[in-house]
Design a protein around this ligand. Sequence first.
Ligand code: SF4
Ligand code: SF4
Length: 716
Amino acid sequence: MEVSFSKEIELLRLGEGDSFHGEGILAITKALLQAGVSYVGGYQGAPVSHLLDVMVQAKPLMDELGVHVEACSNEASAAAMLGASLHYPMRGAVTWKSIVGTNVAADALSNLSSPGVVGGALIVVGEDYGEGASVIQERTHAYALKSTMCLLDPRPDLEVMTRMVEKGFELSEASNMPAILELRIRACHVRGSFKTRNNRAPALSTRSLMNDPAGFDYMRLAHPPVTFRHEKLKSEARIPAARRFIVEHGLNELKPGQHQDLGIVVQGGLYNALLRSLQQLGLADALGNSAIPLLVLNVTYPLVPQQVADFCRGKRGVIVVEEGQPEYIEQDIATQLRRLDIQTPLHGKDWLPQGGEYSVEVLTTGLSAFVDRYLPGQSAATQQWMKANRERREAVAQVLQQPLPARPPGFCIGCPERPVFSALKLTQQELGPVHIAADIGCHAFGTFEPFSMGHSILGYGMSLASRAGVSPMMQRRTLAIMGDGGFWHNGLLTGVQSALFNGDDAVLLIFKNGYTSATGTQDIISTPGELAKQAASDKQQSLAHTNQTIESTLKGLGVQWMRTVHSYEVEQMRQTLKEAFTSPFNGLKVIVAEGECQLERQRRIKPWIASLLKRGERVVRVKYGVDEDVCTGDHACIRLSGCPTLTLKDNPDPLKVDPVATVIDGCVGCGLCGANAHAATLCPSFYRAEVIQHPRWHERLWTRLRRSFIQALQPA
Ligand code: SF4
Ligand code: SF4
């Protein structure tokens, strides 16, 4: 990965009484070091990638402290890493994107939670829910409930968030339950300050090794018959211990308010949005003081029945502000109140939406109903605000006449994956449509226009496995698409191994771009080494064939039909796909589409080109263009490419109405335009130009001669 986190790493070195200013997720990273964590692992994914990326780059600091950092191959291996805290009094933290990562980690989490931990185990999950989320809309809460793990949902304030890291470890140790710290997207990116403390070198670490392993203890294994005892321990000892700790350390916050006969129970993570909404309702001031008493749940599981009962008792009405479905907290509170025969009316999902992000506007709509019932007349000012919002939207829509065009995300300019979809489009035009099992990764952009390819996405690295039930029923062969990130995450075992074992007649296309690009271009085992990158930069070459780990792994497993094609070679890719779909070979056929992630390539070569120019050395840059006199205006090239820098402009010929294609600034000269024109025999309007900076003397001379010759041919 070419991104440098040197500034962030400096923040991790802050000491006692210093002030940290920055993003929530970096504050959490710093808090882990302050809490004396011994080991950290995880699998990258927004919105928590930063935690692991920074720690991986902060190796010298981690070595000083004796903290081990592991970039795990997937979330299951990260969760299994917490096994270190089963026997040893070591604090460990792992991180991933939820819900998808928690799904992958579920088996190890069950096996960890059953025996329980002695060292604090903290799982920092990015709760990718609501606006901007990129995964299935489900809640991590379900896993905390089913495996009996504490669930922390801290108020998005850096002081609170960092305190909850420290307390999360202590809570885990006091209750023997692993603890999940869930951070919504906005909490990860919230900016603020907190007073730092010195980093704490852990007692057991890479610099302070254990002499002997722990003694054998069958209770530490998730095996029968002790699993039956574990289940009893969860309810008889661990949950009560967690509840005691939550109360004794004041983890949940009680905020008083003048309307003592009402109450709001809120997940800590929603506190800021709730306060803003109460302001709109005239029920909170600019300093965040609420007129309605609040119970802020920084720990959403387990709830403390006595605390909830004390808060609700004697009130005219209480509303639970809980995002996502189902309403686990509301149901839990309702049960507790019923058991204690407390008759306080309880509201929540009756007035707030079942699903979706609780933005300030959504919250205000739901809370208005609560306020109208219990504080009649109070929401009048809010109705004005909501009406003004509606009117503003309508006014904007009128000015625009028609809705703004959708701007779905797409491949980067020059992405090596786009040409493969062009080739696949051409192949299907010839052979007919094929069932395409898509996957997680940048290549999922192939599901958008102009490609619209992919029948299913069943999980990261699951494409080959997900076609297993389809391909035996289909006349034409099916195609599974997978990235190199997905291949190592899961695809090798769930897909390739299974297809080989069952002798499946399947086609697998692996995008080998060298990184897990979609999660932030982190390195993987098949990432080219630094020396290879340097050599490629020096010679302005691609990184193709410099790391053969995927190919040798596939060969070692017994794959007999394998082709490697440079991804920008559209015609060769088309031929290879055709061969794979029509070959008499009845078994797994693998096409490796090799082409370095353009984002990483540009990060690598831009500084290098800048250094060449600074030294006055010759630099050649390739640009593509469209000859507007030749362009027929049928736009077949655009339908085959989708590159944002290949677009339209008015036809300069007054006798033609169709706009012509044009290549705008930003073209990185990947060559796809030319390759597509050749493979699809399009109109010959594309030209390739070489822009030479600091040319050699003979190149200047040639240019002058050429110019003079052309001028001589032109009429005066
Ligand atoms: S990050 Fe890399 S692989 Fe992903 S779309 Fe951009 S260029 Fe393509
Ligand atoms: S050559 Fe074509 S596809 Fe490649 S970056 Fe330029 S305009 Fe886009």
